[in-house]
Design a protein around this ligand. Structure first.
Ligand code: AMP
Length: 285
């Protein structure tokens, strides 16, 4: 019998809710930990859960305290953790961007040469600035990076940005992106639980794939079927079934959720009727 898998989940912060939602959607039935209890388990899978800060997950996994965990790719890079990225989870998307006060003369990241830059990600900042050949002074600050120029602590910042509204609110202007991040599932290198890692990656991956797609159904006359199939942005072949009404077929296809908006009017223009789109729970290609 295989050993139980231990998994670290963010106990708070922005990655907490979506990580929990992903586990719930995967069907492993994670059990809520009691108040101030940092451990729990899953009902439908041999997985023990440990709740720690997203910042601590890389070390927990690298040191073998747990077998795997969910954290941000930026945190793995910043700590230069020796862990294996098993799966990109499609949430917690953000980018590490350089920014200056709106009135500053700098236009590109190269213009930061000779200037002082505050960041909570000094290692990534230094590495990328070195790669770009930009010699700037990097100052580490733990939080509220965006107010450092106003406090006179730095000329510029390098900070995580998702919508850009915090930059705008603080009178800052982006000079460009240094690093793209999102939440990831990471595993311990050289783990002897490869099979369990593979199963977990497949199950979580099936939910992530499914979220990005919709199951589309519509009816069309046989004469216009080729018009409909021509506009469907599906990779595989759509399913076509005869309806009880003579000469009319039902078309079923998996389509990217992002394409639905532009696809519906095009399908209507091809004579498709009774168009339905349904969420997909799981998808294993
Ligand atoms: P926490 O500090 O626990 O809320 O988690 C921070 C992590 O969330 C970061 O390391 C990123 O991976 C991710 N994240 C996503 N969007 C942002 C954002 N706009 N600012 C900071 N962190 C973000």
């Amino acid at each position: 019998m295989s050993r139980r898998l231990s998994m670290a989940l963010p106990s708070k912060g922005r990655l907490r809710e979506p990580s929990w939602a992903l586990l719930e959607a995967s069907g492993v039935d994670p059990q809520e930990p009691g108040e101030r209890v940092l451990q729990s388990h899953c009902r439908n899978a041999d997985i023990d859960l440990v709740f720690v800060r997203a910042d601590d997950v890389p070390e927990y996994v690298q040191d073998g305290v747990v077998d795997c965990g969910i954290t941000g790719l930026d945190l793995i890079e910043e700590r230069e953790s020796d862990v294996e990225v098993l799966l990109r989870l499609g949430f917690g998307a953000c980018s590490l961007q350089a920014a200056v006060p709106r009135e500053d003369a700098a236009r590109t990241i190269a213009d930061l040469a000779g200037r002082r830059v505050a960041t909570s990600h000094p290692r990534i900042a230094r590495r990328v600035l070195d790669e770009l050949g930009v010699r700037a002074e990097v100052v580490r600050v733990a939080g509220s990076v965006e107010i450092s120029p106003r406090l006179g602590l730095a000329d510029a910042i390098i900070d995580l940005v998702s919508t850009g509204s915090t930059l705008r609110t603080n009178g800052l202007r982006s000079l460009g992106v240094l690093f793209e991040s999102q939440a990831v599932l990471v595993g311990r290198r050289g783990s002897n639980d490869l099979e369990a890692h593979r199963t977990l990656t497949m199950v979580l991956g099936s939910v992530i794939n499914a979220r990005a797609n919709r199951y589309l159904l519509c009816n069309v006359t046989r004469e216009r079927l080729s018009e409909v199939t021509a506009v469907l942005p599906t990779r595989g072949s759509p399913t076509v079934m005869d309806l009880a009404t003579n000469g009319v077929v039902a078309v079923h296809a998996l389509v990217p959720a992002a394409d639905i908006w532009s696809l519906l009017p095009r399908l209507e223009a091809c004579g498709a009727t009774s168009i339905l789109t349904l969420p997909v729970e799981r998808m294993v290609p």
